[in-house]
Design a protein around this ligand. Structure first.
Ligand code: AHR
Length: 509
C-alpha cells in the first residue's frame, strides 16, 4: 500500500511543475561566519584509512613524501581541510600514545580490537600525524584515551606535543622534533557511553573534569577541550554534560550517522528509489537533532560559550562485498554527494552554535573523500562536493530561504524538495550552493536578491547518469564536476534549471 502511495506521489511529482524560488537577503547584517571547521575530516586507525590510505611508509614503492602517499595528500590539499581528528573513534580509547613514538622497530604491535582484529605496528604515531597536519596545513584534533587510559597518560601526551621544556620535550627532541607543535583541539574521550567505557552521563561528566583539569596549556599553546557528547537524539546526555561540566569545556561533541537500520544498513551502490529517499530523510533529520541539542545548550549557556562539535557524521552502509566487515570500506555514489550537500547546507544554518563537523572518514572508510586500491586512487562524489563547497569556509552566512514543496518517502517521511545555502566571502563574492534531490525531475530555480544586481555568474555542477553512479578504479570518472553556465541574469534575479539529482555551486559578483 505504502509503495503504491509512494509511486503515485512520485508520478505526481513528475508531472507537477517543479519551480523553486530562493530569496537571498543580501542586505542582512550581523550574520555569523561559517567556521572553516565545518569542513573538518576524521581519520581513524580503522581498515585502510591511515595505513595505505594516507601512510605507506618510507620504503613503499607507491610514490610518497616521507611516507605520506603523494597522490592522496595532493588531492586532500585541494579540499583545504581545516581540522583533522585522530586517532579515533573507538580506537582512541584503546590507543596508548607512547607505543607510537621512538624508533619504529621498537614500537609494540597492537591488536585493533574494535576494527577487525587487525594487527598494526604503530608505525603511524604522534609525529607522523602532526607532521601530516603540517603537510596539509590543517589543525590537529587529538582524541584522547579516557576509556582505558589514565589521567597521567593524557596529561603527558599534551606535554609531549606542546611543551617547550621539561622531560617530555626532551623525549620529543630525542625522537626528532625539537620545536613543540601547536595542538588546539583535544577530545577527552570518544563515545564514552559506548566503546569509550560504557559510562553514564553523570559519571562521565565527573571523569571528564578530572582529565580536562590536568591537560595543561604549555608554552603559549591553548587547548580547546571537547567533552564526549551524545549519540543522535540522546538529549539527556547533553543536558547532564551541560549541567555538570559546562564551565570546564570549550566544546561538546555529537555523533550522527545517516543510517536507517543498524542491522540492515543496505548496499552503498545498489538501492531503490525508495531507499534513496529514505536515506535523504534520515539525513535531513539531523536538522531537528541539531536544533534540539542546541536548544538544551542554549538553556544552560545562553551566551553560547560552549561550541557544539559534530565530530562524526556521514553515511554508513554495508561494507563492499568480500571486504573485511571490520574495515567499513564502502563505495560512494551520487547519493552520497547529495547527502553531503544537504548536510553542509544544514550545518551552515546552525553555525551560531555548531563550530565544527568532521565527516567520517577521510580515506577508505565510510563516506570517504578518497578511495585507494594499492597504488591506485580515486576521488569520490563526496570529495567533489567538499571541494565545490569549500568556498563557504570562513565566509559570512547570507540568510536565504527556498519556497519549495516537500517530498514524501515511501516510509511516509517528509522532507524539503530543495536545499540551499548562501554566503559572502572576504572579497565580496556570493556563493550559492543548491541541491535538487528529485530523482526524476529538473527544477527551475529563481534566485531573488533583496538588492544585488549581479554582474557576472559562474558555477559548477555535479550530476551523474544515475543516482547510483560511482567512480571506479581504472575507469573514466562517472561522477565529476563540470562548469555550469546556464544561468540567466535579469535585474535582481537569476534563473537556472537544476537537472534531477544534481548539486550546483554558483559564484555571483
Ligand atoms: O567512524 C566509525 C566509528 O563510529 C567510530 O570509531 C566510533 O566513534 C563510531 O561509533
Amino acid at each position: 500500500m505504502k509503495k503504491i502511495l509512494f509511486l503515485a506521489l512520485l508520478s505526481l511529482a513528475f508531472t507537477a511543475r517543479a519551480q523553486v524560488v530562493v530569496s537571498v537577503h543580501d542586505t542582512a547584517t550581523d550574520q555569523p561566519v561559517i567556521p572553516a571547521e565545518i569542513y573538518g575530516q576524521f581519520s581513524e586507525h580503522l581498515g585502510r584509512c591511515i595505513y595505505e590510505g594516507i601512510w605507506v611508509g618510507e620504503d613503499s614503492s607507491i610514490p610518497h613524501v616521507n611516507g605520506y602517499r603523494t597522490d592522496v595528500t595532493e588531492a586532500l590539499k585541494a579540499l583545504k581541510i581545516p581540522v583533522l581528528r585522530w586517532p579515533g573513534g573507538c580506537f582512541a580509547d584503546e590507543y596508548h600514545w607512547m607505543d607510537g613514538i621512538g624508533p619504529k622497530e621498537n614500537r609494540p604491535k597492537l591488536v585493533n580490537n574494535n576494527w577487525g582484529g587487525t594487527v598494526e605496528d604503530n608505525s603511524f604515531g604522534t609525529h607522523e600525524f602532526l607532521n601530516l597536519c603540517e603537510l596539509l596545513g590543517t589543525e590537529p584534533y587529538i582524541s584522547g584515551n579516557v576509556g582505558s587510559g589514565t589521567v597521567a597518560e593524557l596529561a603527558k601526551w599534551v606535554e609531549y606535543m606542546t611543551a617547550e621544556n621539561g622531560s617530555m620535550a626532551e623525549l620529543r627532541a630525542k625522537n626528532g622534533r625539537k620545536e613543540p607543535w601547536k595542538v588546539k583541539y583535544l577530545g577527552v574521550g570518544n563515545e564514552n557511553w559506548g566503546c569509550g567505557g560504557e559510562m553514564t552521563a553523570q559519571y562521565y561528566s565527573d571523569v571528564y573534569k578530572r582529565y580536562a583539569l590536568y591537560a595543561r596549556n604549555y608554552s603559549g599553546n591553548r587547548l580547546f577541550k571537547i567533552a564526549c557528547g551524545a549519540s543522535e537524539a540522546d538529549y539527556e546526555w547533553t543536558r547532564t554534560l551541560m549541567k555538570n561540566a559546562r564551565w570546564d569545556m570549550s566544546g561538546l561533541s555529537l555523533h550522527y550517522y545517516t543510517v536507517r537500520d543498524w542491522n540492515h544498513k543496505g548496499s552503498a551502490t545498489e538501492f531503490t528509489a525508495e531507499e534513496y529517499y529514505d536515506t535523504l530523510t534520515d539525513t535531513y533529520a539531523i536538522d531537528e537533532i541539531l536544533t534540539n541539542h542546541i536548544a538544551i545548550m542554549d538553556a544552560y549557556d545562553p551566551e553560547r560559550k560552549v561550541a557544539l562539535i559534530l565530530d562524526e557524521w556521514g553515511t554508513w552502509y554495508d561494507v563492499e562485498p568480500g571486504t573485511n566487515p571490520g574495515h567499513l570500506f564502502q563505495q560512494n555514489t551520487m547519493r552520497d554527494a547529495m547527502v553531503a550537500a544537504i548536510n553542509l547546507n544544514i550545518f551552515h544554518k546552525h553555525t551560531g552554535r555548531l563550530k565544527m563537523a568532521n565527516i567520517a572518514q577521510m580515506v577508505n572508510v565510510l563516506q570517504a573523500m578518497i578511495l585507494t586500491d594499492g597504488p591506485r586512487m580515486l576521488l569520490t562524489p563526496t570529495y567533489h562536493v567538499f571541494r565545490m563547497f569549500n568556498v563557504h569556509q570562513n565566509a559570512r552566512l547570507v540568510p536565504s530561504e527556498a519556497r519549495c514543496g516537500t517530498i514524501v518517502s515511501a516510509s511516509g517521511d517528509i522532507m524539503p524538495s530543495f536545499s540551499q545555502s548562501v554566503s559572502r566571502d572576504g572579497n565580496g563574492l556570493l556563493h550559492i550552493s543548491l541541491a535538487n534531490p528529485y530523482l526524476d525531475k529538473a527544477v527551475k530555480v529563481d534566485v531573488a536578491f533583496d538588492q544585488l544586481r549581479p554582474k557576472t555568474v559562474g558555477g559548477e555542477i555535479l550530476k551523474a547518469s544515475s543516482i547510483s553512479s560511482y567512480n571506479e578504479f581504472g575507469k573514466a570518472p562517472a561522477v565529476a564536476p563540470a562548469a555550469f553556465r546556464d544561468v540567466k541574469v535579469d535585474g535582481k534575479k537569476l534563473t537556472l534549471t537544476l537537472p534531477a539529482a544534481s548539486v550546483v555551486v554558483l559564484e555571483v559578483k
